[in-house]
Design a protein around this ligand. Structure first.
Ligand code: ZN
Length: 152
């Protein structure tokens, strides 16, 4: 029973990774130390070491296979910084909405972080073309649309 669930999870990671690669030319993600995070008992419940590393491996595999860019970025301050003005807005893990006191920008915590991750990735690819931030949707939203489409 346990191995069946584990197999389903791995299959799910593969399908989401495939879908994300098929619908994007560039995929950015945090270069997370998941093992370290799982040791933190406050975070352990919501993070699966195996699921993330499986997802990432498939993402990188499909990226190479289909000629898409997959870019890991340093996770430093991605959830704290304002993706609109760049100022640091300190928030705890339980704060789910980013509200910037400097520029008044308000956004879902994960979407704000995703925009920061994408900015970092685009700055590392540099002048590879006319890639602009507005042309990309955050990974999280793509993942959700994949799930809805495929009824996973
Ligand atoms: Zn701001």
């Amino acid at each position: 029973m346990r191995s069946a669930i584990s197999r389903q999870r791995k299959e799910y990671c593969k399908r989401v990774a495939y879908c994300v690669i098929q619908s994007n030319d560039l995929v950015a993600y945090e270069d997370l130390n998941v093992k370290g995070m799982v040791k933190n008992r406050h975070l352990a419940k919501s993070i699966s070491d195996v699921a993330w590393s499986t997802f990432r491996q498939w993402l990188e595999y499909f990226g190479i296979k289909y000629g898409k860019l997959t870019i890991p970025v340093a996770p430093h301050n991605t959830s704290q910084n304002c993706s609109n003005c760049g100022k640091k807005v300190v928030k705890s893990l339980s704060t789910r909405t980013h509200i910037c006191p400097h520029c008044k920008y308000t956004e879902d915590r994960d979407v704000n972080a995703a925009k920061n991750i994408l900015k970092k990735a685009l700055s590392t690819v540099g002048q590879t073309g006319s890639l602009k931030l507005g042309e990309f949707e955050p990974l999280l939203m793509l993942e959700q649309s994949c799930i809805e489409k495929r009824e996973l």
